[in-house]
Ligand binder design. Structure first.
Ligand code: AGP
Length: 598
């Protein structure tokens, strides 16, 4: 979703902003722009529809300037257009802002302050910049204007603000939307995440909701909305800037699919003792799981699908009841809770607004929570009672792959550690699964051909499975639809004949996942049912229960860990289906990596 970058220092700001925006591209956007302030107080704004590469072609700026803000926009208010792209300026040109978030009371603000004002764009952001100007004209003090602004805005906002009359200051404001301050020597920065600033610094300050900060080249001052100064330590991220490029891979998604074996091994390493003989985890987390009478997993998209597998793991390994809830539903439709609930938030980014909205309520209610996330110091990581990292390394492709398998592995370890008598050796089983993932990734050519045969020209496709294979079918179909735009759903195989089978026509691809012995024959009957009606069927199965006609057979892994391996061919199929169609695999249309608005 929208990305922000800002810089104040001595270097050429144009290149720093454009480079920062390129590193934010993975978040998803439809337009981009930068605003640069020179020492004479002149602001130059460049913005356009489309990619940052397009923006580069129109940034015709040769002056020396070292303060500026940049933005990638994912439209919420107003269509994607040059006019609606950020930065936005107050009509008198004094203030320039970039904004990430949604202003919920924009109609009231328009009515109360700008009834006859002619706005240039259709955005809620333009109201913000005019309001700053309005309060500045009232109080003749920028800081005071910002505090008044914050008191008047409802909703989510991360803001970078430059004042043409103060070329030595960069203002930043935060509420609900993510924003970090990067600490440098002789410069300071702002960014929606560490990625935007990682080539310049690895030291960051977090800003809490309802705080603002003033950056100069040599100082960072953070304030509460009241104006009270906040003292805070910076943190150092271990994000490696070399991990943020795709090397020789044509796409991040393919690189991230291939990394999954390494990620599982890294997880074993991070969560076990030196000799990799037993898992170790913060005892408070294990106690919290043990003490709870029911776990509520809250997540969205792929993380939700990983939660469905997590439910199986907790219930089968630890006999712990689990509800898996779509975050955006839970927040407005909370079920009756058990006596001692534990909330587990699963999120690659740690920034998903829907999940965060639930966490805010959970914290208000005083229930314990655990964030399982890939991004250290992300919002969910910071705000949950406990946190666990996925150690998957930066996931750049919008389509989540390695985070999904990492989420399953970490949830398996959690469940495993809560039982005293271990019925199997999870370290050994996860290592085996990592080897199997590797061998699947070595068979890309076969999967490429299968994608061509089953998915090249199709309009739709169904994934089916029973038991835990149904959970994987849901993820497989999400992956396929988001990058290939093929209309696809994951179905419980047994449900087909209760309605969905009506959609099967000649050559409709139906891909079945079969990994559990007890459902093997049943799912195979469902495959026959659709085949009889003309479907083009493909079975992905585990070796010990495979049949000769199966299209892709995977070496056996522990029966509770099959999702770690069965999902991999489906990720590769999705990749090649999108490649055949010539689509933008890492940045599919309309999608954002980090969904920071509800
Ligand atoms: C996954 O491929 C999607 N891009 C999306 O469903 C994603 O999983 C969802 O938005 C949740 O994100 P999170 O894991 O960062 O919370």
């Amino acid at each position: 979703m929208c990305g922000i970058v800002g810089y104040i220092g001595y270097e050429d700001v144009k290149e720093i902003l454009l480079g920062g925006l390129e590193r934010l591209e993975y978040r998803g956007y439809d337009s981009s722009g930068i605003g640069i302030l020179n020492d004479q107080g002149q602001v130059s704004v460049f913005k356009d529809l489309g990619r940052v590469s397009q923006l580069r072609t129109i940034v015709d700026y040769e002056e020396k300037a070292s303060i500026g803000i940049g933005h990638t926009r994912w439209s919420t208010h107003g269509e994607p257009s040059k006019n609606n792209a950020h930065p936005h300026q107050s009509k008198n040109g004094r203030f320039t802002i970039v904004h990430n978030g949604v202003i919920e009371n924009e109609d009231i603000l328009r009515e109360n302050y700008f009834a006859s004002f002619k706005f240039i764009s259709e955005t809620d952001s333009e109201i913000i910049v005019e309001l700053i100007n309005y309060f500045y004209e009232l109080y003749n003090d920028v800081e005071l204007a910002i505090r008044h602004l914050m008191n008047h805005l409802n909703g989510s906002y991360a803001l970078g603000i430059i004042d043409s009359q103060q070329p030595d200051k960069l203002y930043v404001v935060k509420n609900k939307s993510p924003l970090l301050i990067g600490l440098g020597e002789g410069f300071n920065m702002i960014g929606s995440d560490a990625m935007a600033m990682i080539t310049k610094t690895n030291k960051f300050y977090e800003l809490n909701d309802q705080e603002y900060a003033i950056l100069t080249r040599d100082s960072i001052s953070i304030f509460e909305i009241t104006g009270a100064k906040v003292t805070r330590d910076y943190f150092i991220t271990n994000l490696d800037k070399d991990q943020v490029n795709k090397g020789t891979y044509p796409h991040y998604m393919l690189k991230e699919i291939d990394e999954q074996a390494v990620v599982i091994r890294r997880i074993i390493d991070k969560y076990s003792d030196k000799r990799h003989e037993r898992f170790i985890m913060d005892q408070n987390i294990i106690d919290a799981i043990k003490d709870s009478d029911r776990i509520y997993i809250i997540a969205a998209g792929t993380s939700y699908n990983a939660g469905l597998v997590g439910k199986q793991l907790f219930e089968k390994i630890a006999n712990k009841p689990v509800d898996v809830c779509v975050a955006s539903e839970f927040v407005y439709n909370q079920p009756v809770l058990s006596q001692k609930p534990l909330f587990i938030f699963i999120s690659q980014s740690g920034e998903t607004a829907d999940s965060r909205a639930v966490l805010v309520n959970v914290n208000k209610l005083g229930y314990p929570s655990l964030a399982v996330t890939n991004v250290e110091n992300s919002t969910l990581y910071r705000e949950a009672t406990y946190n666990l990292l996925l150690h998957a390394g930066p996931e750049i492709a919008v389509a989540s792959t390695k985070a999904y398998t990492a989420q399953i592995a970490v949830l398996a370890i959690c469940a495993y550690l809560t039982v005293d008598v271990k019925e199997f050796d999870l370290i050994h089983e996860l290592s085996l699964a990592a080897n199997v993932i590797e061998s699947i990734c070595d068979q890309k050519e076969i999967l490429k051909e299968l994608a061509s045969c089953f998915l090249r020209d199709t309009r739709n496709c169904f994934y089916i499975g029973r038991h835990v294979d149904y959970a994987v079918a849901m993820e497989a179909s999400l992956k396929l639809k988001e990058i290939s735009y093929i209309q696809t759903e994951g179905f419980a195989a047994g449900e087909l004949k209760h309605g969905t089978i009506a959609l099967i026509e000649k050559d409709t691809p139906v891909i079945a996942i079969i990994s559990q012995e007890e459902i093997n024959l049943n799912t195979r009957s469902n495959v026959k049912e659709v085949k009889t009606r003309g479907a083009n069927t493909l079975v992905i199965s585990l070796k010990s229960i495979s049949s000769e006609s199966d299209g892709f057979v995977i070496d056996d892994v522990h029966k509770l860990l099959t999702p770690l391996v069965t999902v991999v061919p489906t990720q590769i199929l999705a990749y090649y289906a999108a490649l055949e169609r010539g689509l933008d695999i890492d940045k599919p249309r309309n999608l954002a990596k980090s969904v920071t608005v509800e």
